[in-house]
Design a binder for this molecule. Sequence first.
Ligand SMILES: Cc1cc2nc3c(=O)[nH]c(=O)nc-3n(C[C@H](O)[C@H](O)[C@H](O)COP(=O)(O)O)c2cc1C
Length: 505
Amino acid sequence: MKKHDVQTIITALGGRAQLQALLSVGASAVSNYLARDELPQRAVGPVCAALRARGFTVDPTCLEIIGQRVPAAASVPLDNPHMAGNRQIANGATGSALLDTHRSSGTGQARVLLIVGGGIAAYKALGVARRLQDHDIAVTGVMTRSASEFVTPLSLAALTGQKAYTDLFSLTDEAEMGHIQLARQTDLVLVVPATANLMARTANGLADDLATTILLATTAPVMMAPAMNQAMWGHPATQENHAVLVARGIDMIGPDDGGMACGEEGTGRLSPTDGIVDAVVAKLAGRHKALAGHHAIVTSGPTIEPIDSVRFIANRSSGKQGHAIAAALAARGAKVTLVSGPVSLPHPPHVTHVAVESAREMMDACMAALPADIAICAAAVADWHVAGDTSGKLKKDHAGPPRIELVENPDILASLSAHKKRPQLVIGFAAESENLQANAAAKRARKGCDWILANAVTRADGSSVFDSDSNGALLLAGNSCEDWPQMPKIALAERLADRIEAHFG
Ligand SMILES: Cc1cc2nc3c(=O)[nH]c(=O)nc-3n(C[C@H](O)[C@H](O)[C@H](O)COP(=O)(O)O)c2cc1C
């Protein structure tokens, strides 16, 4: 993350105490942030959301404040973040105008209303709230009374940077944000966990608390992630309620099979956080299809080159960056062919996944996927493979270790760049250990690609970019060289997708 001005952020939030509450840290942690003049990576989501709730326009990649919608928003107390919106309403705008203003501000930020039900998996909703914000989605939390037996509204508020709403009849809530406004001022309503009780109440049209009233009043799409004991899930009452909700157009995410908190086995586990977040992102993507009609080939992960039938040469690539790019392009409507070496990641939704192992297989899969408009070579492709026949297992014998002869692999990036069906935009990655810019520029010229994203294999703090969740890079495009600071790989993927969108726009 680019160095930002921590003092400016604290002032904008309304003081040190507000930052403490937001990040659930003590005063000494805030002193450390000030001394280092840097916030931890995990602060990005909540701080970004809190600043936005106060009317600031914020660059989510580095927390730089680049504008202010409401004058003097810094003086708004954090426990009342919607005051910023109310001021605008007091100045003559309506609640829905507030949403429009937000959209037309150019952030395009999607909004999810997260309803937390009263089940043992309620704590997982906090992780979902956090991960959604990694996708630049603003989250507002609503909890049922039972949910607050499992997690506190304060935890949800701290993670979302917004007040967590609990009470239908709270005068304060109604004055700040009426229940109908809550139901309407969102792009999607997500229920995590959807308990048997909450599903039953929704299926029967009850509106006996804030959560069910919102579910009845909303015109936004609704998604539910059920979680309950397997007998509760299998009960005909729950199954009928489930069928009713699906028939009414509610998207169900899970539940999954497996062990339960109660020790039983069966269907009823909450879907993994990633699965829930991916489903929401895919659903929201329907509203933003700028790359529709474009085909992108994205390579991702490592290749593995057999030495014999049991041993191989590989590298430490996790595929996180390539998969995030594939997801970002698919979310913008591109048809994506993801050619991936072996990784332990789930495939992003709405991509055609081609699983390969060796560089030669990856090459064949890329060529077979042509024609395409965009090619992004993010995979860590082995430069060499083992010569000769690699079938059978090499035996240890008295003649000493075997000689392994290496042969150069085909160059996928150069081949795509020189192909007669060359994609209009070919982007390569360069992982360099030294002279980042010069080596990347030389690689771009050598390979004939249009842009190159160069990242340092080892970062300033000694950590490796491989398997990390964050990345920073130099983008060499045309005559320019942009320095993209460390940011979550998902954010870097979105930034690249923005640039690609602008290129084709
Ligand atoms: C310790 C404990 C764990 C529970 N876990 C679940 C659960 O995972 N799923 C569920 O449907 N109900 C569960 N329940 C029952 C719900 O809490 C209860 O039905 C409640 O009324 C649901 O409230 P809601 O309308 O906010 O969802 C649990 C109850 C207790 C005491």
